[in-house]
Design a protein around this ligand. Structure first.
Ligand SMILES: *Cc1c(COP(=O)(O)O)cnc(C)c1O
Length: 329
């Protein structure tokens, strides 16, 4: 049973009006030629804060009552979710605390501070940081905004699905980057409620995807984390996962894995052919398409690839471009 319904996503959209962007959906001639049918890109990389995560974070913040708003929010993410929570809290003049481990590089700490959030450095692992965040909830009454496994977060991410349905009413499939599964759960709930025949495919990296391993095991499992270009797709799904595991299991037609070299090639493609800077996690759909893994989907009608964010380290981005230039000459 799903705790969420399409109505929750419509309510999220009302709450988010004026607070997030409706992102463009653009046709890609190059990827369409490769796929043998129309391919469109849903550019969440153009979202405020550089990723779709603002939708879920801003919806969760909007759902708080006055007393909770007075106390503020806390989370333990260094990446796109932390950025989104900091931005959403500042928009409403609320306190936000982002707990980070001592291993987080200085530039990331600086980026969170620039968004007006308090940074609390604790321990030397993500688990330590999360434990500190949990203590803020117990001791100071801050409200935890989790990165994916929360109904208000999932409903916010689902607004991407509503926009796709409106921007491309005859879409036959949507390909979604997959980690904790908040984005895929929300989009799948939105599109399948309106158009059950539309296929929803999750794509993730070969290197350590907890959701993929959990689906295969039939229950949430932990996996070892390995370095990947798709760094925003790292991390577990929580052994006590409440929502996204069952939603992904029930609503997702298929999950695919992409290699590091395919992700690198896709980031380069997105820059050279589409003229877009995207991070590795956002390029996994293009990577799967370029590897031929989603070719069968074009027979269903126009395909949408969700391009989920653009927050790549720019030195790394330039390095990928330089390497591909030297290998192709
Ligand atoms: C968080 C994130 C994802 C994965 O979203 P989940 O809801 O965890 O599956 C994909 N791409 C980017 C850029 C992200 O920040």
């Amino acid at each position: 049973m799903t705790a969420l319904s399409l109505g929750d996503i419509y309510q999220a959209r009302k709450r988010l009006a004026g607070r997030v962007r409706q992102t463009p959906l653009v046709h890609s001639p190059a990827l369409s030629a490769l796929a043998g049918g129309p391919v469109h890109l849903k550019m969440e990389s153009h979202q405020i804060t550089g990723s779709f995560k603002l939708r879920g974070a801003a919806n969760a913040v909007a759902c708080l009552d006055d007393a909770q708003r007075q106390r503020g929010v806390v989370t333990a993410s260094t990446g796109n979710h932390g950025r989104a929570v900091a931005h959403a809290a500042r928009q409403r003049g609320m306190r936000a605390v982002i707990c980070l481990s001592s291993l987080v590089p200085q530039n990331k700490i600086q980026a969170v501070r620039e968004l007006g959030a308090e940074v609390c450095i604790h321990g030397d692992s993500q688990d330590d940081a999360l434990e500190r965040a949990t203590r803020f909830v117990a001791e100071e009454g801050l409200v935890m905004v989790p990165p994916f496994d929360h109904p208000d977060v999932i409903a916010g991410q689902g607004t991407v699905g509503l926009e796709i349905l409106e921007q491309l009413p005859d879409a036959g499939s949507v390909v979604v980057p997959l980690s904790g599964g908040g984005l895929l759960s929300g989009i799948a709930l939105a599109v399948k409620s309106a158009r059950p025949a539309m296929a929803v495919v999750g794509v993730t990296m070969e290197a350590g995807c907890a959701m993929h391993a959990s689906l295969q095991a039939g229950h949430p499992v932990q996996v070892d984390e390995t370095p990947t270009l798709a760094d925003s797709l790292g991390g577990g799904i929580g052994l006590d996962n409440r929502f996204t595991f069952s939603m992904v299991r029930d609503l997702c037609d298929r999950t695919l894995l992409t290699s590091e070299s395919a992700i690198a090639a896709a980031v380069v493609h997105m820059y050279r052919q589409e003229r877009e800077v995207v991070e590795g996690a956002a390029a996994v759909g293009a990577a799967a398409l370029m590897e031929g893994a989603v070719k069968d989907l074009v027979s269903r009608g126009p395909m949408v690839l969700v391009v989920s964010g653009r927050n790549i380290d720019m030195a790394r981005h330039m390095d990928l471009l330089a390497r591909s230039a030297s290998s192709s000459s």
